[in-house]
Design a protein. Structure first.
Length: 529
């Protein structure tokens, strides 16, 4: 039975493990901000992950807070995730924890922003120096080399802001007649740019152009100017990102809010693609730099057409994704039903097998017992036949011996009779009957044993018994046994066999025969009615 239990356990385990999906590799993403640009990037990552079955992408976003981001990455390290994708909020504060992950053997893919270290596995992002340069050239051309401008930078500590600053100043500083009347940091935030412009707008007076390091801050500054009215609401506002987004993207160039923006691709799909290459040992480029280009009134229409098309395709992919999700959910529940069904079927089969085997074993055992019973019955009958035979032979033998004594005893009879007196006879018979009664249930009782108890030889016993009652000791004993049996049959509820054994017969059938010979009827007729 133990073997069967082991077999069932192994079988169920085999079914379960064959049905358990292999664990997916965890790609943990740490985003430094929560905004439209990041949302688009995250969507691209999740969409791309769909094409890589063996990985699971987890995205954890923090709100422009370096310490919070460090804590998130610490958790990734202690969880021993398979790969980390990170957009470092600030280059220097994030460097140690990213190096720690890299040193711990976790591949690190930097996206969009960099750290001041070489300890990373791959980088995917735009060329921010080039973005700055292109913007510088565009501004200088638009102003024809002369004008007053406001520069709004991103978070100072972020590599993207530092690089855009470098590229922009590389170009703009060459123009003596272009004056930067105000340059401030709005931490990549629309509200912050708007608020700062609200507070310094009056003081800086009329300007010719505002360049912000992203579109959100440019839109914030424009909002502030629109509130105040005047010249600054009419000048060009230029940003970076050119996102395919209704609120802060290229549609704001189409509607005239922004004069231009510089394409800064999100590339979430590319990041996951590279992550997959790293995890599966495929070749990949370490530094993957996206190209940039200006988007303004002249090409925004074209961009919009493309954007619409891309949106449509994305929608279709998303639709397919959700369809496939439903399909997988259905498949999963069907798989569970199937596995349960297989387990139940296997259990039922095993149970059936065990029951059939047990039933067969029981039938076989019953047959064997039946056979053994029959053999025992036959042996019992043979034994009781032999017993009866022996009892008969013994009685015959005793009778033969009595006859012999009788023959001898006749010669001495005359002398004995003369000395016999009536009292003595009665006394002798009482003693004899007492010995009989004390041993009545003993089928092994012999004349010698009786003689020994009474202190007489077999011959003496024979002679005195014969003289006292006219019977040999054997006949007297038989008569005593049968009379007692008669009494028991009449007065008790005992069966014939019980009575036979109690009066010293070892074979009930022989008892019945002797009984009939003695009383002239069967013991059944003496039974109490
Ligand atoms: C998004 C963002 C973009 C900007 C980039 C620079 O979080 O602020 O607008 O181009 O980060 O890293």
């Amino acid at each position: 039975m133990n073997r069967i239990a082991l077999l069932i356990t192994l079988l169920i385990l085999a079914i379960l493990t064959s049905c358990t999906p292999t664990p997916k590799k965890i790609v943990a993403v740490s985003q430094c901000s929560v905004d439209e640009w990041r949302t688009q990037m995250n969507n691209e990552m999740l969409r791309e992950a769909f094409f890589h079955n063996d990985m699971e992408v987890e995205i954890h976003s923090t709100s422009d807070n370096s310490q919070e981001q460090i804590d998130v990455i610490e958790q990734f390290i202690s969880r021993k995730v398979d790969l980390i994708v990170v957009a470092p909020n600030e280059a220097e504060p994030l460097r140690p924890v990213i190096e720690k992950a890299f040193d711990a053997g976790i591949p690190v893919v930097l996206i969009d922003r960099k750290i001041n270290s070489n300890k990373y596995t791959a980088f995917i992002g735009g060329d921010n120096v080039e973005v700055g340069r292109l913007a510088g050239n565009y501004v200088a051309e638009l102003l024809k080399g002369k004008g007053r401008i406001v520069e709004i930078e991103g978070l100072y500590g972020s590599s993207s802001s530092q690089e855009r600053h470098k590229g922009f100043h590389e170009v703009i500083d060459k123009y003596d007649d272009i004056n930067i009347v105000s340059s401030f940091c709005a931490d990549w935030q629309e509200d912050k740019a708007e608020a700062i412009m609200d507070s310094i707008g009056e003081a800086i007076g009329d300007v010719d152009l505002v360049f912000a390091y992203n579109d959100r801050m440019a839109i914030g500054a424009k909002k502030s100017a629109l509130k105040r009215g005047g010249n600054n609401a009419q000048i060009p506002y230029i940003g970076v990102d050119a996102l395919l987004d209704e609120r802060i993207g290229i549609s704001r160039i189409a509607d005239g809010t922004l004069n231009a923006s510089f394409l800064y691709q999100t590339g979430g799909d590319k990041a996951i693609f590279i992550a997959d290459c790293i995890l599966s040992g495929k070749p990949y480029e370490r530094d993957n730099i996206f190209q940039t280009s200006v988007v303004n009134k002249s090409n925004v229409h074209l961009m919009n057409i493309h954007a619409g098309h891309i949106d449509e395709q994305n929608g279709k992919i998303e639709f397919l994704n959700s369809k496939l999700d439903d399909f997988f959910k259905d498949y999963e529940s069907q798989r569970i039903v199937l596995v349960t069904f297989i387990i139940i079927t296997v259990l039922v089969c095993i149970l059936l097998f065990v029951s059939i085997t047990a039933y067969n074993a029981k039938t076989r055992l019953n047959d064997q017992l039946e056979m053994q019973k029959e053999v025992l019955e036959i042996q019992k009958n043979e034994l009781s036949e032999q017993k009866e035979k022996l009892e008969r032979q013994r009685d015959q033998l005793e009778a033969e011996r009595d006859k012999l004594i009788e023959a001898q005893g006749c010669e001495e009879h005359g002398e004995e009779d003369k000395t016999t007196i009536e009292d003595e006879t009665n006394f002798f018979m009482d003693r004899l009957n007492k010995v009989f009664d004390e041993n009545i249930d003993n089928s092994e009782l012999t004349v010698e044993m009786i003689g020994a108890e009474m202190g007489l030889s077999r011959v003496q016993l024979y002679r005195r018994t014969k003289a006292s009652c006219g019977l040999s000791p054997n006949e007297a004993l038989r008569a005593r046994r049968l009379n007692k049996a008669y009494k028991m049959l009449r007065e008790t509820d005992k069966s014939i066999s019980e009575v036979a054994y109690e009066v010293g017969f070892s074979s009930p059938s022989y008892f019945a025969k002797c009984y009939k010979d003695y009383f002239g009827h069967n013991p059944t007729e003496s039974l109490r009615k």
